[in-house]
Design a protein around this ligand. Structure first.
Ligand SMILES: CC(C)(COP(=O)(O)OP(=O)(O)OC[C@H]1O[C@@H](n2cnc3c(N)ncnc32)[C@H](O)[C@@H]1OP(=O)(O)O)[C@@H](O)C(=O)NCCC(=O)NCCS
Length: 169
């Protein structure tokens, strides 16, 4: 455990991380997962909202997002970064994922804590995301509120809207 944390770096994504990120996405999601192309677009357009967990040069986790003024998370176009603006008032998390063999060791916690810090520095008002009902308690640990069910049926699943207020208006 100590060795894992000692060798771990939470850093901003780089273009050459695409394969590693796609591997994490594919190992973590089924029909709701992003294509390689979508991840490439997210890296290109918003590297400042895309963090990776780098363990001794190998990627083991990631968190990625868009920055937008809309709060409509049913908008599928945003997943292709249509509606993303670097100076949008909120960040919307798409993926938070850790390779299965590294789960339960505090990696996602490090990613989320850094992501919250970065979003605050970028002066975002809120962090928004959609999650399945079993992960509501997970996000509540970080201070997110459950805003109820979303109309989104992304990937054929039912989703809840979670919100973490950051900087007051
Ligand atoms: C959800 C996921 C990101 C958690 O990653 P992880 O690195 O195993 O999580 P951590 O070890 O950092 O756990 C952080 C905290 O959340 C808790 N937690 C972890 N998974 C949880 C779950 N499924 N439900 C509730 N709490 C959970 C841990 O107990 C820990 O609590 P603590 O700080 O009080 O000890 C990981 O299981 C994953 O990649 N899942 C597949 C993709 C996914 O569903 N992502 C989220 C939806 S977008």
């Amino acid at each position: 455990m100590d060795t894992l944390m000692e060798g771990l770096k939470i850093r901003f994504v780089k273009e050459q991380d695409l394969n590693g990120c796609y591997e994490i996405e594919s190992a973590s999601y089924t029909t709701e997962g992003a294509t390689r192309e979508k991840i490439k677009t997210r890296i290109r357009l918003f590297p400042g909202g895309f963090l990776v967990a780098d363990f001794k040069g190998s990627l083991i986790g990631m968190i990625n997002s868009a920055s937008t003024n809309t709060e409509d998370l049913t908008n599928e176009e945003l997943k292709d970064m249509i509606g993303h603006h670097n100076n949008g008032k909120n960040t919307v998390i798409f993926s938070l994922a850790v390779l299965p063999e590294f789960r339960g060791k505090g990696i996602s916690k490090k990613l989320m804590e850094k992501f919250i810090e970065v979003s605050k520095k970028l002066k975002k008002k809120k962090i928004l995301l959609l999650c399945k009902s079993d992960l509501i308690p997970y996000y509540q640990k970080f201070g997110f509120f459950d805003l109820g069910k979303s109309k989104s049926r992304h990937g054929g699943f039912k989703w809840h809207v979670m919100c973490l207020p950051l900087n007051a208006e």
